[in-house]
Ligand binder design. Structure first.
Ligand code: IPE
Ligand code: IPE
Ligand code: MG
Length: 240
């Protein structure tokens, strides 16, 4: 099945797509495997989606890798996820760089994030900083509420007077100044919720929910989500 089978309008490709990569644990449990094997399998889905996004000319792709609430999982799963994210970065950073992908991260860099992972993140950012084909934003130790709290803290620390604070002020203090608001957010695994992803930024995003568990998700599911997006009529509160 090729791109044209999805009848996508090349002039209406979303600029920024966000993905809540959910369902790894269930994928593994259905096969009698450990949940961690679902996370491992999720790597293939991620890279297929990245390649699909590049094929379409999507400029920004944000993927939810670890939420501020995911610390509440069993210790061994948390440890696995921290190591696994570090390993992926180390193993595949050069490949992403060769594909012309610029890597960024959003989320809190607090004491819980291992130093080694932060080092790997900084190296990936630096290595890929001049790439222009697509920006891959990895939401790691990310929470939408934490992001807003962190923005408010910075605003308070700068003693910006209350009457001067507007929506632009908040937006200017979010984690990534350049990141445009997502046009489309995809959540997999048949769950119909946001789970604290990009709360501020998604005010007018189109939401597409897919029943596919993340490890089974492919670029064709991405294309199908974009086809659905192209059928939506975005009004931003106006009348047509
Ligand atoms: C998503 O898969 C990956 C992360 C949250 C890190 P899950 O691990 O949430 O898988 P399910 O939802 O339990 O199936
Ligand atoms: C959202 O999935 C977080 C990530 C995909 C990293 P969760 O599996 O953590 O969300 P809930 O618990 O189902 O809401
Ligand atoms: Mg889940």
């Amino acid at each position: 099945m090729g791109l044209s089978d999805h009848c996508l309008d090349r002039d209406r490709i979303p600029r920024h797509v966000g993905c809540v990569m959910d369902g790894n644990g269930r994928w593994a449990e259905q096969r009698g495997m450990a949940r961690t094997e679902g996370h491992e399998q999720g790597e293939h889905a991620l890279f297929d989606v990245i390649e699909g996004a590049l094929e379409l000319g999507i400029k920004w792709l944000t993927v939810y890798a670890f939420s501020t609430e995911n610390w509440n999982r069993p210790d061994d799963e948390v440890r696995f996820l921290l190591n696994f994210n570090r390993t992926i970065l180390r193993r595949r950073c050069d490949e992403l760089n060769e594909m012309g992908v610029r890597i960024r991260f959003v989320g809190r860099r607090d004491w819980r994030v291992p130093k080694g992972l932060i080092k790997e993140m900084d190296e990936a950012i630096e290595l890929t900083q001049h790439n222009e084909r697509m920006t891959l934003v990895v939401a790691f130790n990310y929470g939408g509420r934490a992001e807003i709290v962190d923005a408010v803290r910075q605003i308070a620390a700068q003693r910006i007077p209350a009457r001067m604070i507007n929506e632009r002020t908040i937006a200017r203090h979010l984690y990534d100044q350049e990141m445009p608001e997502p046009d489309l957010i995809i959540r997999t695994s048949g769950e119909y919720r946001i789970s604290n992803f990009l709360l501020w930024e998604l005010a007018y995003s189109e939401l597409v929910f897919s029943d596919v568990l993340w490890p089974d998700f492919t670029r064709h599911d991405l294309f199908a989500a974009i086809a659905e997006y192209q059928h939506r009529h975005r009004r931003f509160g106006r009348v047509r």
